[in-house]
Design a binder for this molecule. Structure first.
Ligand SMILES: Cc1cc2nc3c(=O)[nH]c(=O)nc-3n(C[C@H](O)[C@H](O)[C@H](O)COP(=O)(O)O)c2cc1C
Length: 195
């Protein structure tokens, strides 16, 4: 392997999600470069389904209030302790990205599962790019993801979009040890060609 390959693979294998992040988050220019990597996700028929809502720190409090209200209104419980933890976590997050994809309905060539996978690949690129720039990120489907009101408030109505959560991005608060990852061969079989 070349030195460049070693560095790139090291980056990919050293990424780990980190919930506790703080300012500084990415600058506008860094965010643009991060989002550019999402545009390189595999994309059957060039549907370009990926959509993002940038929520800067000054608006995270409003979103948090909405998410808590909407979740409770939808009949799901949030204990006082959970609410406190959520508010404590989000108070320091400098940037949230709302994540959605625009559904190409009844697409005979690209079933929705492929659109979902393309969105997942786009988010993976974002997480890796953020990591390579020294930021940490954390994908959460809390924060009212599965309510009607939260996606709607971000401009993702459920007729045209599937909302798939939030990515918190910022500077890591602590340095975490390397994550324990499985041996990929425990999840891989070498097919012997017999049918
Ligand atoms: C679509 C999606 C939604 C997730 N939602 C949550 C969540 O709401 N709460 C949570 O604790 N982890 C959630 N996770 C898991 C974390 O983002 C993270 O992947 C996990 O802690 C493992 O860390 P790793 O990425 O370093 O392996 C979610 C992951 C994915 C892919």
């Amino acid at each position: 392997m070349t030195e460049a390959e070693v560095t790139a693979i090291d980056f990919l294998t050293s990424r780990r999600s980190q919930k506790l992040v703080q300012a500084p988050g990415p600058s506008d220019d860094q965010l643009r470069r991060i989002l550019q990597t999402a545009m390189c996700a595999p994309d059957h028929a060039a549907l370009r389904v990926w959509r993002f809502a940038v929520i800067q720190q000054e608006h995270i409090g409003t979103l948090t209030d909405l998410a808590i209200d909407a979740t409770r209104r939808s009949g799901r419980e949030i204990t006082v302790e959970k609410e406190q933890n959520m508010r404590k976590w989000l108070a320091d997050v400098p940037l949230l990205l709302g994540l959605a994809y625009k559904v190409s309905h009844d697409n005979g060539k690209v079933p929705e599962i492929e659109q979902t996978l393309s969105m997942g690949a786009a988010v993976m690129n974002i997480q890796n790019a953020a990591h390579m720039m020294g930021f940490a990120s954390y994908w959460s489907t809390g924060l009212g993801t599965y309510t009607d009101d939260v996606p709607q408030a971000l401009g993702f109505d459920s007729l045209d979009y599937r909302f798939v959560g939030f990515l918190a991005i910022g500077s890591p608060k602590v340095t975490l040890p390397a994550a324990q990852r499985p041996d990929p061969m425990t999840m891989t079989r070498i097919w012997d060609g017999k049918i």
